[in-house]
Ligand binder design. Structure first.
Ligand code: C2E
Ligand code: MG
Ligand code: MG
Length: 743
């Protein structure tokens, strides 16, 4: 039932009850006062005589009301609200004289009751009414005693009738007066109990437990009915659910309670064993209440379930410290762990900390060709492989993109451990990663910095491992320890990266050419294009110092395109000048991983009038390690186009003979590190010797780089080396002067 109609029904039934009640009261009054039809008859006879002087009485009544300050105040207030006192007095006297009609039925009783209610509502005191009745009775007595029309024999009974009527009137009016007061009181009570009900249901529905403890008597004053909403367990006092609290947490809760007893408002969080076997987190608040003397007499408490909030907080924490893709530690937490490790090792201790940064090779290509889901999947696989090789105390983190960090805290011999682990990690990349039906080959570069020798704080160690990682050249091993000679200035590198972006547009890149000599005929048969950066501030920067930067910033792709195009332009210019020379360009492993390389080669070949063999692509041995299937396919296409392919820096990598046999190669270039000292170092000479034999056995031509003197040249010629390059013949020359060394 809607609330208003419920109230209406309630009021109607109350009204009925009162009507019924009034009828029976009226009956009682008439019975007890002995009011009968004889009285009515008598009054009827003398009504006129008694009512005649009503005007005079109205005057008496008015004077009476105005005589006392309290009643006068009420009248004035009535007047101020727009009432007319004269009318009020007249109405009242009319009522009084109306009494003399002698009607004693229920309708008259209701009318009197109504007046009683109005008196109550306007705050007219019963005692003032009594005074008015006394005056009225006095007035009527005088009328009865002195009235000429009244028979002497009737005077006594008439006076009695009037007395009875006035008592009835007074009585019924007062009954209604008090009844009205009682009703108002009941209404107030009802309002209070409604309010109480609302509060009780509110407390029953809030998911917090509220309670109040009388400290002096150690008795609960109140426990909110919502305890079951909190947990299905017994609420023991004074600290609810103390018995269910996890034993290790009890002490802090107890301590908080003691502090509250000392007058401190406290809150404490603890774990609570729930009856369902699970564990939850609960926070209790204790609010001490002091009496006027300042003593803590009561503690009000609140207890709430914080399990969910705690879990949310924890998951936020996890989010902030975990890489969401791999579930590994993220960069923030990695830094934290490193800083903790540094703090716990301390100085003057034999222990070391190893920081390794690992960057994946060919990862971008996977993303570019197979899409991000493939890239994500591969990153997860990498994370699994690496994680399996670490101890529990080590940290593997994904620092972003395809970069991982490894932290080995508290190591005795950092160098040895790091080297062993780095090799193990690289081994993890030998077998392909699988995605759908693809076999994906990835490589990795690892830069290593060791605390304390390479740095004593997080930033230095991180940046030095970074420097070592980006210093890894394709021709060298896949991991590297930081050492002071490495281009250490990360800041400068950063600056250079911005500059390099603009270098292409500003034509700051230049190619120098080093002649390639046919050792049998001793003639220049070709030239290797070697890149330099003519930096406006730093002067001519050698490629070692910016190729790796170009690789990591993605600039290597446009740079490789530019190198190939420019080298072919020069090749054409020399041809036109009457010198048909093969031009060799170095293509780094990263450019090999981008799809545009083929298009560029294809395009430049158009300008070579079917002399594709004039273009030679030099790739370092390490390219072969990345993804043999992919590389073989690429090299095959290049070779099919008619270009020549040379393996550069041969002897520094780990290429297997089986691969060398399978690949469409033309030339091996033996690394200059073996050639430079071969005249004085027997080992180097032996390596060079066997490499020349190997190449010939595989049907490849062999070129030695780094020939600096005649002795070396003679040795190489004796060993049957096909070609050579080196300062002995010529240092790399600008394109403009290159032809001078050909003539
Ligand atoms: P690389 O391809 O092995 O080039 C030979 C390097 O040996 C050149 O260094 C050359 O100047 C140097 N060299 C030549 N003869 C001698 C000698 O008799 N003695 C000594 N000590 N060194 C000699 P450069 O020009 O500094 O280039 C270094 C490396 O940078 C190159 O090694 C190559 O891997 C890379 N590079 C050069 N140009 C490019 C390029 O256009 N693209 C890419 N991706 N890499 C390039
Ligand atoms: Mg080269
Ligand atoms: Mg080389």
């Amino acid at each position: 039932m809607p609330e208003t109609s419920q109230n209406d029904a309630l009021n109607t039934s109350k009204h009925e009850a009162r009507k019924h009640n009034l009828a029976s009261i009226n009956q009682e009054f008439n019975d007890f006062l002995g009011l009968h039809s004889a009285d009515q008859k008598l009054l009827k006879r003398y009504h006129e005589a008694l009512a005649r002087d009503s005007e005079t009485f109205a005057k008496v009544f008015y004077d009476y009301l105005m005589a006392s300050p309290v009643t006068a105040r009420v009248l004035k207030r009535y007047q101020a609200q727009g009432g007319v006192i004269d009318h009020l007095v007249k109405k009242q006297t009319q009522h009084l004289f109306g009494l003399l009609s002698g009607s004693i039925d229920d309708a008259s009783a209701r009318c009197i009751a109504h007046i009683g209610e109005i008196h109550h509502r306007y705050g007219i005191e019963p005692v003032w009414i009594m005074g008015a009745y006394r005056l009225y009775i006095k007035h009527l007595q005088a009328c009865v005693r002195n009235g000429m029309e009244i028979k002497d024999s009737d005077r006594a009974s008439l006076e009695d009738t009037i007395t009875k009527l006035l008592f009835r009137d007074m009585g019924l009016m007062l009954e209604a007066y008090w009844d009205s007061g009682l009703l108002a009181l009941l209404e107030e009570k009802e309002k209070v109990s409604d309010l109480q009900e609302q509060i009780t249901s509110l407390l029953a529905n809030i998911p917090q437990l509220l309670w109040s403890m009388d400290i002096s008597r150690n008795q609960p004053l109140y426990v909110s009915p919502s305890s079951r909403l909190i947990c299905e367990m017994d609420i023991d006092m004074p600290i609810p659910c103390m018995g269910w609290t996890v034993p290790e947490d009890r002490e802090k809760v107890e301590l908080a309670w003691q502090n509250a007893l000392q007058g401190q408002a406290v809150e404490v969080e603890s774990r609570v064993n729930l009856p369902n076997g699970k564990q939850g987190w609960f926070r209790r608040h204790f609010y001490p209440y002091r009496n006027k003397a300042g003593e803590v007499v009561r503690i009000d408490g609140l207890m709430e379930d914080t399990t969910e909030a705690k879990a949310t907080l924890e998951s936020l924490n996890t989010l902030a410290t975990t890489d969401s893709l791999t579930g590994l530690t993220n960069r923030t937490l990695f830094h934290d762990r490193l800083s903790q490790a540094i703090a716990s090792v301390g100085r003057g201790n034999d222990q070391q900390i190893v920081v390794m940064l690992m960057d994946l090779d060919r990862f971008k290509e996977i993303n570019d060709t197979l899409g991000h889901p493939a890239g994500d999947n591969v990153l997860i696989q990498v994370a699994h492989r690496l994680q399996a090789m670490l101890r529990q105390t080590d940290t593997l983190a994904r620092l972003g993109g395809d970069e991982f960090g490894i932290l080995l805290p508290h190591i005795g011999d950092g160098h040895r451990t790091a080297e062993r682990l780095a090799k193990k990690f690289l081994q993890a990349f030998v077998s392909p990663f699988n995605y759908d039906d693809n076999e994906l080959y990835l490589g990795a570069s690892i830069g290593i910095a060791i605390y304390p020798q390479h740095g004593e704080d997080v930033a230095t160690l991180m940046s030095r491992a970074d420097v070592a990682m980006y210093d890894i050249k394709n021709k060298e091993a896949r991991f590297k320890f930081y050492h002071a000679e490495l281009n250490p200035d990360a800041q400068q590198r950063l600056q250079l990266s911005g500059d390099l972006r603009r270098a292409l547009e500003r034509n700051e890149l230049v190619l120098h050419y080093q002649p390639k000599i046919d050792l049998r005929s001793n003639t220049v048969v070709g030239a290797e294009a070697l890149l330099r950066w003519n930096h406006p501030k730093h002067g001519l920067i050698p490629p070692d110092q910016f190729i790796s930067l170009a690789e990591r910033t993605g600039l290597i792709r446009p740079i490789t395109d530019w190198v190939i195009e420019t080298a072919i332009d020069h090749c054409q210019a020399w041809r036109q000048a009457g010198h048909t020379l093969r031009v060799a360009v170095n293509v780094s492993v990263r450019s090999f991983q981008t799809t545009g390389l083929m298009d560029t080669i294809d395009r430049v070949l158009q300008g070579l009038d079917k002399r594709a063999d004039l273009l030679e692509i030099e790739i370092t041995e390490n390219v072969l390690m990345s993804d043999i299937t992919h590389i073989t396919a690429m090299l095959k296409r290049i070779s099919d186009m008619g270009c020549r392919i040379a393996i550069d820096d041969f002897g520094t990598g780990y290429s297997s003979l089986a691969y060398l046999k399978k690949l469409p190669l033309h030339t091996l270039k033996i690394d200059k590190s073996f050639v430079l000292d071969m005249a004085s170092d027997e080992n180097d000479a032996a390596i060079v010797h066997s490499t020349i034999d190997l190449a010939h056995n595989l049907g490849l031509s062999i070129v030695a780089e780094g020939i600096e003197n005649r002795e070396t040249l003679d040795l190489l010629t004796d060993l049957g080396c096909d070609g050579g390059q080196g300062y002995y013949f010529s240092k790399p020359q600008p394109a403009e002067t290159f032809l001078n060394c050909v003539k």
